[in-house]
Design a protein around this ligand. Structure first.
Ligand SMILES: Nc1ncnc2c1ncn2[C@@H]1O[C@H](COP(=O)(O)OP(=O)(O)O)[C@@H](O)[C@H]1O
Ligand SMILES: O=P(O)(O)OC[C@@H](O)[C@H]1O[C@@H](OP(=O)(O)O)[C@@H](O)[C@@H](O)[C@@H]1O
Length: 511
């Protein structure tokens, strides 16, 4: 359970958000390709299915609606078939098109992808990209003036295709002075919004390096630093360049890093989806961030909310959104995924189950602190888990059910040798961690080399410490330590006739 984040879901439906920016029509032409074009060495795609969805700023508007918010969508489209299709798609997704200005002199922006065998082979962009004319500008400003005083928040979704002209930006600045609102900007050129002193900006990594005029990070062997590490020292500079109160830098597979005033940067992590074919994860992120800030959430909570929504959409294909129900399910799920899953910078091996393995106690402390802040109950247990059997699995599932996050201290090979003799363990620490990591109930694993887990327990300070076997509270050496910091000890009996020693005996007898 993530109580604070879940509470936000109750407030977002009451919010009215203006989205202003470039409406696009995203097209997905899906088919197959079994030959090359005779005129040029390019694949011929036989289209079997066409899907059209709102894109660009229109995707942000749809995202607000899908979170249950009320949206006024301000944009300019052409009087053409793409414009008609876009209106239809917006209406299908519950976004009113009454505030869309149709300008016969413009061609609606459209981005059509040709897809075969799940690969985007080509994107064709069409539409007018120069600035809107004076009359359209005035009409847009008039609409803004009408709705601005009634809204809770404004999102500027500026792809640089002519809607956010200097006059429109100035009009927003004036309105913001008269009726200060949560004002969040996603723009390829954030510097032009500096004088607005906006609430938040959301550059992605590429835009951030451009803002900072630093070269994008290219990994060099043996000098691996993450993009988050590269950007972290620039928090103050980014706040200064953009004039924003909050700068949320989204880093695709690395999650996001959020800067605000003198507070330490707030980092969110994501489960990297390397083959992600999602378009508009940034649109989802900014929509959720804006709604959370408009609900009065503190910045770290708003950032976690946005990261959770983005984590949902990146599992989907194409231009897509996250519904309030999906988010509720995600946030209620007891199995932790982003925003708090371990950083991809952790020692990963080829196996995803090893992502649960923490080798650095500082990392463990950070992870636990984050969960605590969000109101989670930490359960801790420890053991050898050599040759995992049904008794272990049932025990661990019951341990997990006692709280939210299950952390296991796993005895190192040396500590098992000392406790159980030279012939043990049968399986190495790496293998035991790999097997335990495959269990859905296990959230984090950390090895310990001492004979008892007492030092680890002092570090974790679990809400609930679980121990199996024949102990009583009186005979359990860890019990006084747990009780010292207010934790609870739970003793769970093992299943009968299930033990690693029994398995070893059986193998020796029968084979
Ligand atoms: N491939 C991915 N795997 C996991 N999460 C992702 C991936 N791409 C994006 N995200 C999530 O979506 C957020 C916004 O995505 P990003 O690509 O940084 O922005 P934009 O879409 O604006 O370029 C990220 O902060 C991250 O949480
Ligand atoms: O900026 P260009 O490439 O010209 O046009 C925008 C597109 O790249 C896509 O950008 C995505 O946003 P994200 O940038 O993924 O958040 C979404 O808004 C899509 O709907 C949109 O088609």
């Amino acid at each position: 359970m993530k109580p604070d984040l879940l509470k936000l879901l109750d407030t977002t439906p009451n919010l009215h958000v203006i989205v202003i920016g470039e409406a696009m029509l995203d097209g997905y032409l899906e088919g197959f390709s079994d030959r090359l074009c005779p005129e040029a060495p390019v694949p011929v795609v036989t289209v079997k299915n066409r899907v059209y969805v709102p894109g660009g700023a229109a995707n942000t508007a749809v995202n607000i609606t899908s979170f249950g918010g009320q949206v006024t969508f301000l944009s300019v489209i052409g009087d053409d078939s793409e414009g008609l299709q876009l209106k239809r798609s917006l209406l299908e997704q519950g976004v009113s098109t009454t505030d869309l200005i149709v300008h016969p002199g413009r061609q609606t922006l459209a981005k059509q992808r040709a897809i075969a065998a799940s690969q985007i082979l080509l994107r064709i962009d069409t539409g007018t990209t120069n600035a809107i004319d004076g009359d359209t500008e005035q009409a847009l400003i008039a609409k803004l003036q009408l709705v601005f005083p009634q809204c809770h928040a404004v999102i500027i979704s500026d792809y640089g295709y002519g809607i956010l002209t200097a006059k429109v930006i100035d009009a927003i600045a004036q309105l913001q002075q008269q009726h200060p609102r949560i004002l969040v900007v996603d723009s390829k050129n954030l510097t032009v919004y500096r004088h607005l002193k906006v609430t938040a900006v959301k550059p992605n990594y590429e835009q951030t390096t451009q803002l900072l005029k630093i070269p994008p990070y290219i990994p060099i062997q043996n000098q691996e630093i993450s993009r988050a590490e590269q950007i972290t020292p620039y928090g103050e500079k980014l706040l200064d360049i953009t004039g924003a109160k909050i700068v949320a830098v989204t880093l695709d597979t690395e999650g996001a890093i959020v800067f605000q005033g003198d507070s330490p940067p707030h980092r969110t992590y994501t489960q990297p989806t390397n083959q992600s074919r999602t378009a508009g994860a940034g649109d989802t992120y900014i929509s959720a961030l804006t709604l959370a800030l408009a609900s009065g959430a503190a910045t770290p909570l708003a950032a976690d909310f946005a990261a959770s929504a983005a984590a949902i959409v990146v599992r989907k294909e194409g231009t897509t959104t996250c519904s309030i129900e999906e988010l509720r399910l995600f946030l209620s799920s007891s199995s932790p995924t982003p925003p708090h899953s371990p950083s991809p910078a952790l020692p990963l091996s080829s196996s995803p189950t090893l992502q649960k393995n923490i080798t650095d106690t500082n990392q463990l402390i950070t992870v636990i602190a984050d969960y605590r802040k969000a109101g989670y109950k930490i359960v801790f247990t420890n053991g050898c888990f050599d040759i995992l059997h049904a008794g272990h699995v049932s025990y661990l599932n019951r341990a997990k059910a006692l709280g939210d996050i299950l952390i296991i201290g796993v005895n190192s090979d040396n500590s098992i040798r000392r406790i159980k003799g030279e012939t043990r363990p049968i399986n190495s620490l790496e293998d035991r961690i790999q097997v335990l990591g495959g269990l859905a109930c296990v959230d984090y694993l950390i090895a310990f080399n001492e004979d008892t887990p007492i030092n680890l327990i002092r570090l974790v300070q679990p809400d609930i410490y679980v121990k199996g076997g024949d102990y009583t509270i009186e005979t359990l050496p860890e019990a006084p330590v747990i009780q010292q910091f207010g934790g609870v000890v739970k003793l769970l009996p093992f299943l009968e006739n299930r033990s690693t020693t029994e398995i070893i005996k059986k193998i020796i007898q029968n084979h």
